[in-house]
Design a protein around this ligand. Structure first.
Ligand SMILES: [Fe+2]
Length: 598
């Protein structure tokens, strides 16, 4: 546990003129949406209710010698004293360090890397996870990120993937107000959501859940360790009617009657004051670039905050962040009940006019996939907030298969028909770790695998679900996987629904499979080697210069909600697998010096 530096600051300020340099508290730093020439830098400076003029310094040396690049700004009271600056004029393929200062108080130092500007075959190492519920503070699974936490050294970027806070109550952290679509309680909603984002950056007292300076300061080390690409999911949007940005403004949470399954009202939640207030709170607390979609012919998408984009990371990968929240039609109820009592995906999810992405984004995504395939980019990394695989009968109405099956199939069929290989979907939301192949319908009633496509689900960083499993023995997790009545995905249910079992058995290029507790994983991989429902953690991916993909999931055993344990042991390796490509050995050595060693 690091000594809380701000105490030092206080001492320092007592010696100096107390008023000018009152103890400014920096609630962490973060960098995000890096391109080959800029990145968004973020911090929060608590200055006793006053705004603070700050200077951000950026250098390739963590000691900031000489003349670092500087960017100025002032914290914004309306944004809960946070500040974002766009650090422009940066060099490609470079590791940068940054900090904020008001001339006396200095923030922690953060780090990020910029992608190469060309298609050089550089190794890229990145991670992802999400689901940060205040009940599981201080989030010990990510303590020591970048240092002691397994696999987190030398990351080029980290995808902070959805549910970046929860609006619900935890001990010492009251629930937010239920945000009205019409904005009638927008002021209180903004205050409440800002508080919830702030709390995940702070320490917490065991028992009371009170915010404290001591101990692990929430997810601060995870945010400062490397550059972020962040996605929102249902909880940032209140997990009620506003979670479906493309639903009618008059709609309730779920479409209990079919009238709103396809939004023909011409009104969209994403234009409502309530939705915009929640997105505002989210943008205030994350290093996210703010751009607007201009799509005059598509009222569902026009004049919304553009959260989707593609970022090339050398020759072997392109990161495609998808926004599957702002444009989606109303959520459908979870699975229906078949006459024999078994669970059945809702037929309404097959409605071809329902959309998850909106036509503007879907058309853009198809173009990005074709472009990546045409320019020889090996891995297309598609980041989504809701899982896209099939999970037997337990169809979550907010998942692609549970609520937006026709568009899901259109996208996967497009990938298959255009022979777009090595499409890797990354997601969270289900609060478990699983890796699966993807099936689609080449024609009505037929099921086939999408060649070369897979999905990796990881997390939670700290969320409900894994805490229901207290026996973390390998034998017990095998039992969970093979128990048809468990609430989480299980193989019997998948097989009963003609879905592929969990895992990548038989996937081209699969090798080096490892699973804690399974000595047979490498020689004879099975579903258990791709499944862990009982941990809090994250996943790290490496794409080597020869495009070999290594996927490693790390975690700590779950713990009960609202107990707020301090970290005891760093996250450790649970599962690993590799996907090797049938190589021609033609990769070129990058011009001028060695690849970036992040
Ligand atoms: Fe979640």
């Amino acid at each position: 546990m690091s000594f809380p530096w701000r105490f030092v600051l206080l001492a320092a300020s007592l010696m100096a003129a107390p008023s000018a340099f009152a103890a400014i508290v920096f609630d962490g730093v973060a960098a995000g949406d890096a391109t080959d020439h800029d990145a968004i830098l973020w911090t929060r400076a608590d200055n006793g209710g006053s705004v603070t003029p700050l200077t951000a310094e950026v250098s390739t040396d963590p000691a900031f010698p000489g003349q670092p690049k500087i960017y100025r700004g002032v914290t914004d009271q309306a944004a809960d004293f946070t500040l974002k600056v766009d650090a422009i004029g940066l060099s490609p393929n470079t590791v940068y360090y940054y900090r904020f200062s008001n001339g006396s108080a200095v923030s922690p130092v953060g780090r990020f890397t910029t992608p190469p500007s060309d298609h050089r075959a550089v190794p890229v190492r990145f991670g992802f996870s999400g689901d940060v519920d205040a009940k599981f503070r201080p989030f010990p699974s990510v303590d020591g990120f970048g240092t002691t936490a397994g696999g987190t050294q030398g990351l080029n970027y980290f995808i902070f993937l959805g549910d970046t806070m929860y609006e619900t109550a935890a001990t010492g952290s009251p629930a937010t107000v239920a945000t009205a679509t019409d904005g009638s309680n927008a002021d209180q909603a903004l205050i409440d959501y800002h508080r919830k984002y702030r709390e995940v950056l702070k320490g917490v007292a065991a028992g009371t859940g009170e915010v404290v300076d001591q101990g692990q300061q929430g997810i601060q080390s995870m945010l400062a360790t490397t550059g972020l690409y962040t996605l929102l999911d249902n909880h940032e949007l209140g997990n009620k009617q506003l979670q479906s940005g493309g639903a009618p403004q008059v709609a309730e949470i779920e479409g209990n009657q079919a009238g709103f399954d396809v939004n023909t009202t011409g009104t969209f939640n994403n234009k409502s004051p309530g939705f915009r207030t929640l997105v505002r709170a989210y943008l205030d607390y994350h290093p996210i670039r703010e751009a607007t979609v201009s799509a005059p012919k598509n009222p569902r998408s026009d004049d919304t905050i553009r959260q989707y984009f593609a970022q090339q990371w050398g020759r072997n990968s392109v990161l495609i962040r998808i926004d599957d929240r702002s444009y989606r039609d109303i959520r459908l109820p979870d699975s229906g009940i078949a006459p024999d009592g078994s669970l059945l995906p809702h037929a309404r999810a097959d409605n071809p006019r329902r959309t998850m992405l909106g036509k503007t984004q879907l058309a853009w995504l198809k173009q990005e996939l074709l472009k990546a395939n045409a320019n020889g980019t090996v891995w297309k990394i598609l980041v989504i907030s809701s899982p896209i695989d099939t999970v037997g009968g337990h169809q979550d109405g907010k998942s692609w298969y549970g609520g937006y099956r026709a568009e899901r199939n259109e996208l996967l069929k497009f990938i298959a028909d255009n022979k777009i290989g090595h499409v890797l979907f990354l997601t969270t939301d289900d609060h478990e770790m699983r890796t699966t192949k993807l099936v689609y319908a080449p024609s009505p009633g037929r099921k086939a695998l999408v060649p070369g496509a897979l999905q990796v689900v990881t997390g939670p960083i700290g969320g409900a679900g894994p805490d229901a499993i207290t026996d973390h023995s390998f034998a017990h997790i095998v039992a969970v996987l093979n128990n048809p009545s468990t609430a989480v995905d299980n193989n019997p249910d998948l097989i009963a629904h003609r879905d592929p079992p969990i895992g990548l058995m038989g996937f081209p290029g699969l090798r080096d499979v490892f699973r804690e507790g399974d000595p047979n994983a490498a020689a004879h991989p099975t579903s258990i080697d791709f499944f862990a429902p009982d941990r809090n953690g994250y996943t790290i991916l490496d794409i080597a210069a020869d495009a070999t993909l290594t996927v490693e999931s790390y975690g700590i055993p779950s713990f009960p909600a609202d107990t707020f344990p301090q970290p005891t042991a760093p996250a450790k390796l649970i599962m690993r697998f590799r996907i090797a490509l049938p190589h021609t050995g033609s990769e070129t050595k990058p011009a001028g010096g060695h690849p970036v060693t992040p």
